[in-house]
Design a binder for this molecule. Structure first.
Ligand SMILES: Nc1nc2c(ncn2[C@@H]2O[C@H](COP(=O)(O)OP(=O)(O)OP(=O)(O)O)[C@@H](O)[C@H]2O)c(=O)[nH]1
Ligand SMILES: [Zn+2]
Length: 186
């Protein structure tokens, strides 16, 4: 990431809004923001699939694995303000092909740390898991509050957006999907 360029740009923005970027409180702000961008956009060059270490379980576990309430913070690509909430990630393993539970949360983090759309986060997580684990199916539900809808614009604090992505068996088997959804809801 080009921190110097970010610093220059932030300084320009501060000028443009009528601020004095050299006053005491702001003098280090461009540097702080460049550092922060390194963190909140740290997923730019990361392939989320890299985290999905595969291991096999001899008993060939083929029951639902669901990690729910994974908190995440992301940045809306339209306004560059935060949106945040929880992701629920489940998959139905095939032939005992599993990954570490924390790796599912790592995929969410990687995907969230870019300028994003909630829909893209949801689909990217589902597709990464499908590709690497080749499970019977994947279900991802994301619920989030968008600050571009709460602190500005339409100003609807408390409103929540829910997106889901289902792959494989969860697409074709309504019972499997509704069982997973029930576990996600409760
Ligand atoms: N589909 C989708 N839309 C989003 C997401 N984040 C923000 N938006 C929407 O992106 C849209 C951008 O609309 P524009 O009309 O270009 O921008 P705007 O004038 O700031 O829109 P308002 O928010 O309605 O004031 C808004 O409707 C936002 O609510 C997201 O993750 N997914
Ligand atoms: Zn927005």
């Amino acid at each position: 990431m080009d921190r110097e360029r970010i610093e220059k740009a932030i300084r320009e923005i501060l000028f443009a809004i009528g601020e004095d970027p050299d006053r005491e409180g702001l003098v280090d702000t461009p540097k702080r923001i460049a550092k922060m961008y390194g963190e909140i956009f740290g997923g730019m060059k990361v392939d989320p699939k890299d985290h999905l270490q595969v291991f096999f379980q001899e008993e060939k576990h083929e029951e639902l694995v669901l990690v729910k309430d994974i908190p995440f913070y992301s940045t809306c690509e339209h306004h560059l303000v935060p949106f945040f909430g929880k992701a629920h990630v489940g998959y139905l393993p095939k032939n005992g092909k599993l990954t570490g539970l924390s790796k599912l949360a790592r995929v969410v983090d990687d995907v969230a740390k870019r300028p994003q759309l909630q829909e893209r986060i949801t689909c990217s997580v589902a597709d990464a898991i499908m590709e690497v684990l080749d499970p019977h199916g994947v279900i991802v539900v994301v619920e989030a509050e968008h600050m571009c809808m709460t602190m500005r614009g339409i100003k609807k604090p408390g409103s929540k957006t829910i997106t889901s992505a289902v792959r494989g068996i969860f697409n074709t088997d309504a019972k499997a999907r509704s069982e997973a959804m029930t576990l996600i809801k409760f």
